[in-house]
Design a binder for this molecule. Structure first.
Ligand SMILES: Nc1ncnc2c1ncn2[C@@H]1O[C@H](COP(=O)(O)OP(=O)(O)O)[C@@H](O)[C@H]1O
Ligand SMILES: [Mg+2]
Length: 251
């Protein structure tokens, strides 16, 4: 039963080989993410973050390995799992020629929400994410930061228990980034599990726990404090550099 599962996400020995190019994008990756955690998967471009998220959300099948989400098995229970999970993908998933409201409604209906419930929840999200004044604007006319917020509203519309934000805070205004983190904290207080990725190492300082990914491998994991202490570093970026031993892995 989804309510009773100990872990929000369990990934056991995940491997993903892209046949095209014969690329080992995820290399025996193991993850256990607790309920109510804010977990940041951090790594350079091309390290395998998006591939990993796509596998955890059932968009992509792993070459080998097992994925459990909220105690259910992916891809077998994908349909049930998706009722409890929200995703804001790295590439904009919202429709550019639709308005903010139309996008949010589209996702709400996809999840089978009733009209009343959908309108109430949309109202709440548009207020919190400060999108209410642009609700009738076509997404194509919005700034990057606003599009990110629309994407987050679409991911949260059905009150999920677990959300994935793939590079949600990348390239946005620092004030908006601070707002996002404050918002993530408030979602956590409501019991949500948040899994996010970033290639900006120091973004992760605010997460409960960090997984450092490099060439598809999870090379280190822990709280920001633990990692910095263990490696005698002042920042997560410094931890990463120390772990890389001067080797450059290019995508
Ligand atoms: N659809 C695909 N086909 C082939 N190779 C891919 C595909 N998607 C990603 N890759 C490759 O897999 C590796 C990991 O990519 P990705 O998961 O997007 O990393 P990240 O999100 O950390 O930037 C990279 O080498 C990338 O070029
Ligand atoms: Mg990515």
């Amino acid at each position: 039963m989804s309510q009773a599962a100990e872990w929000a996400v369990e990934a056991l020995d995940l491997v993903k080989v892209y046949k095209e190019g014969n690329i080992l994008a995820v290399d025996r990756l193991n993850l256990k993410i607790g309920r109510g955690e804010i977990y940041a998967l951090i790594g350079a471009n091309g390290s395998g973050k998006t591939t990993c998220i796509n596998i955890l959300t059932g968009i992509l099948a792993p070459t080998t390995g097992v994925v459990k989400v909220l105690g259910m098995e992916m891809p077998r229970d994908r349909k049930t799992i998706s009722k409890y999970v929200g995703v804001a993908p790295q590439e904009y998933s919202v429709y550019h020629d639709l308005t903010v409201e139309q996008n949010v409604r589209f996702f709400g209906r996809l999840y089978g929400m009733s009209n009343n419930e959908l309108e109430r929840r949309m109202e709440e999200l548009l207020q919190i994410l400060r999108l209410d004044e642009r609700r009738r604007s076509v997404v194509a006319n919005l700034s990057g930061g606003m599009r990110r917020r629309v994407s987050i509203a679409c991911a949260l519309i059905h009150n999920p228990q677990l959300v994935f934000f793939d590079e949600a805070t990348v390239g946005i205004d620092p004030v908006l980034r601070a707002f996002f983190w404050e918002y993530f904290r408030s979602l956590k207080k409501q019991g949500l599990t948040i899994i996010l990725t970033s290639h900006v190492m120091d973004e992760a300082e605010k997460a409960d726990r960090i997984g450092l990914i490099r060439a598809g491998k999870l090379i280190e994991e822990g709280t920001p404090k633990q990692l910095k202490h263990k490696h005698g570093a002042d920042t997560i970026e410094e931890v990463f550099i120390k772990l890389s031993e001067g080797k450059i892995v290019d995508e």
